[in-house]
Design a protein around this ligand. Structure first.
Ligand code: HEM
Length: 426
């Protein structure tokens, strides 16, 4: 594949139409309401177009789609390819290349087949069966405490327990597994190395899990994935290994980061926390709040990249075959055409619309699980600590590196207080 031209450098025959600004400065709104660093290449300014050229940390030139409607369109448009985007010569945001065998790296029909097999293990019923365990763990983690680091002592063990139950990791191995995953993914260290000993050890462990699941499938998702098959046969060992690694990468650190970001935003808006903590119908309140938190503080600010298979026009911009496009999931949630008061955090918002789980064929497989986990974690936290307060000023929180795929605070020390009139720090 040829190296794509720089976005904005139109081909001689290209009608690179002047780009009109969006009605409001929604990119600025998104940035100024966010706590925590964002990648430098996300554009700022008073007027920003729906599609803008950016230079990624790799030095590659990429089109960034910022509008909600156009973002949704890109994510469902089969003129864009994920498989082409993981090719070694494709423009990339991050220096590391995803596994080409992973579900996220496939196009139809390979993606359709694998996704159909995997969907069977992620049914709403399968997720509902996990809810009691998540609640029980959340309660246990908070019980008897007045101070807690909500990242290391709440979000991480809760997400580790959840993903372990999904994968069928034996109870006795949960702590070991969580430690390996933390080091491999660099959650609390904030350091991610593609080739690390922890990553190798985790891969070995995953291989053992798969071997065991093939021998004794049990009632968990890994068991059903290990035995899943269709008319073209079962999942191959490579497909299954790539899938389990993906579930861990995509499912663990996202859930940790999303809970951290949600709580930071709520601590930043104590009146919103009080609304949630004192709601007459906690479950109804937290379901609406979850969608608003996903919109307002999305843990994954950008989609994976897609590469155009052909020359095409996106909005008012001509994209050439081989060029890469990324949807800013963060900015899609702040599009003033979708939410006129997008910069306001409102946990009672009836229909918070967002692209935080993506859209279309690659839409997040674990969305239902992630929603359940976030809802239960917030419900239990609100029940245990209606007067939740940060123990450090919010501006001095430490964060994961801005260029990481997944955002989130590295630590979130709070006081768990039963007094809902608690005050704000920082
Ligand atoms: C708040 C938490 C989460 C967020 C914000 C999130 C976000 C996303 C997004 C944006 C995508 C699509 C990316 C794209 O198309 O460019 C995605 C895909 C995916 N997610 Fe999640 N995710 C979360 C949790 C989870 C969990 C808990 C699991 C599983 C246990 C999971 C498994 C996956 C998988 C397997 C895919 C790939 C689907 C495909 O390519 O067909 N995610 N996620």
């Amino acid at each position: 594949m040829n190296h794509p031209a720089r976005p904005g450098e139109a081909a001689p025959d290209s009608p690179c139409v002047p780009v009109p600004p969006t009605p409001a400065d929604h990119l600025d709104l998104a940035r100024t309401t966010q706590r925590g660093p964002l990648p430098d290449f996300l554009p700022t300014g008073d007027s920003v177009a729906d599609v803008v050229p950016v230079v990624a940390p790799t030095g590659d030139h990429i089109w960034l789609v910022t509008g909600f409607g156009l973002g949704r369109k890109v994510l469902t448009d089969d003129r864009f390819s994920r498989a082409a985007a993981v090719a070694p010569t494709a423009p990339a945001i991050h220096p590391f290349r995803p596994d080409p065998a992973a579900l996220t790296s496939l196009d139809p029909p390979q993606h359709t087949r694998l996704r159909r097999l995997v969907n069977r293990s992620f049914t709403p019923q399968a997720v509902a069966r996990l809810e009691d365990g998540i609640r029980h763990t959340a309660r246990r983690l908070l019980a008897g405490r007045t101070r807690i680091d909500l990242v290391a002592q709440y979000a991480m063990p809760l997400s580790a327990m959840t993903i372990c139950r999904v994968l069928g990791v034996p109870e006795a191995d949960h702590a070991r597994f969580a430690g390996l995953a933390d080091r491999a993914l660099g959650i609390t260290t904030g350091i991610f190395e593609e080739q690390s000993l922890a990553r190798d050890a985790l891969r070995d462990y995953i291989r053992d899990l798969i071997t065991e699941a093939r021998r004794r499938p049990g009632g968990h998702m890994l068991g059903s994935l290990a035995t899943a098959h269709d008319e073209s046969g079962a999942l191959s060992h490579q497909e299954l290994t790539a899938l389990v690694e993906l579930l861990l990468n995509a499912g663990y650190e996202t859930s940790v980061g999303q809970l951290g970001l949600a709580v930071v935003a709520l601590l930043d808006h104590p009146e919103q926390w009080r609304l949630l903590a004192t709601a007459a119908h906690p479950e109804r309140a937290s379901s609406a709040a979850v969608e608003e938190m996903l919109r307002y503080a999305p843990v994954v600010p950008m989609s994976f990249s897609r590469v155009a298979r052909q020359d095409l026009v996106l909005g008012t911009v001509r994209i050439r075959a081989g060029e890469a496009v990324v949807v800013s999931l963060l900015h899609a949630g702040f599009d003033p055409r979708t939410h006129p008061d997008a910069s306001r955090l409102d946990v009672t918002r009836p229909h918070a619309r967002h692209l935080t789980f993506g859209h279309g064929a690659h839409t997040c497989l674990g969305a239902q699980l992630a929603r359940t986990q976030l809802r239960v974690a917030l419900e239990e936290l609100a029940a245990a600590a209606p007067g939740l307060t940060p123990r450090v000023p919010l501006p001095s929180l430490r964060w994961r590196r801005p260029e990481a795929v997944v955002r989130g605070p590295v630590a979130l020390p709070v006081t768990l207080s039963g007094d809902a009139s608690g005050t704000r720090t920082g």
